[in-house]
Design a protein around this ligand. Structure first.
Ligand code: CA
Length: 225
């Protein structure tokens, strides 16, 4: 999952990015409304954290422009305390949720998880695919009851495929959603990560769809003789 943080307070921006990266997301950042709007308009983010008070273009305007342009990614807005009208304006402009400053990082992470899973059509924070359970709260993966240790790239790849279970995901889409802007992207590495994941999971839930990409689906039951 790839996120965008738009916050002009440098310290807060850094804290948010660090916490989100720790939680396993690929994160891009912007420090003003124009840059943030541009990134959200041109890059395929799975979610955005948008501060309302921003230089060059305020958060409401950024959001309005995205929505008018057909950008539908989930957006969590950061609002000042005691500014109820900001929240109303934010929702009217197309925000999906808000957090009031000052906030606890845990709350931001929890609200974001909820937004991401709802956007992908899941009701709970635990995703299942056959015998594989992925807990988006703890970033843990369990197969048939035993924990599997994954690197952050492997986890991101599996989480993306499991959020979009049953749909073919192209290599290009994976590259765009798994790495931040500054990452040296090489789509060949996706194949390497898929190979490692298959080995570590020990079950066949990631299938290659020749020429199209990959799909996560529960393993086929053994064919009847
Ligand atoms: Ca601000």
């Amino acid at each position: 999952m790839r996120l965008l943080v738009i916050e002009d307070d440098r310290d807060l921006n850094r804290q948010l990015v660090a916490a989100l990266e720790d939680a396993g997301y690929a994160v891009d950042k912007a420090f003003d409304g124009e840059e943030g709007h541009f990134l959200g308009d041109t890059e395929p983010y799975d979610g955005v954290i948008l501060d309302m008070g921003l230089p060059l273009m305020d958060g409401i305007r950024v959001l309005e422009k995205w929505r008018r342009g057909g950008r539908t990614m989930p957006v969590l807005i950061l609002t000042a305390r005691d500014r109820w009208s900001e929240k109303v304006q934010g929702f009217d402009a197309g925000a999906d949720d808000y957090v009031t400053k000052p906030f606890h990082m845990e709350e931001v992470l929890a609200r974001l998880r909820a937004l991401l899973r709802r956007a992908a059509g899941h009701a709970t924070s635990e995703l299942m695919c056959g015998p594989v359970l992925l807990d988006t709260r703890s970033s843990r993966v369990v197969v048939d009851g035993s924990a599997v240790r994954l690197t952050s790239h492997e986890y991101r790849l599996l989480a993306y495929l499991m959020h979009h279970q049953g749909r073919v995901v192209s290599r290009t889409e994976l590259v765009e959603h798994l790495y931040d802007q500054d990452f040296d992207r090489d789509s060949n590495t996706i194949e390497v990560f898929v190979g490692r994941l298959r080995k570590k999971l020990g079950v066949d839930i990631i299938q290659t769809v020749r020429g199209l990409g990959y799909i996560a689906a529960p393993p086929e039951p053994p064919a009847k003789r």
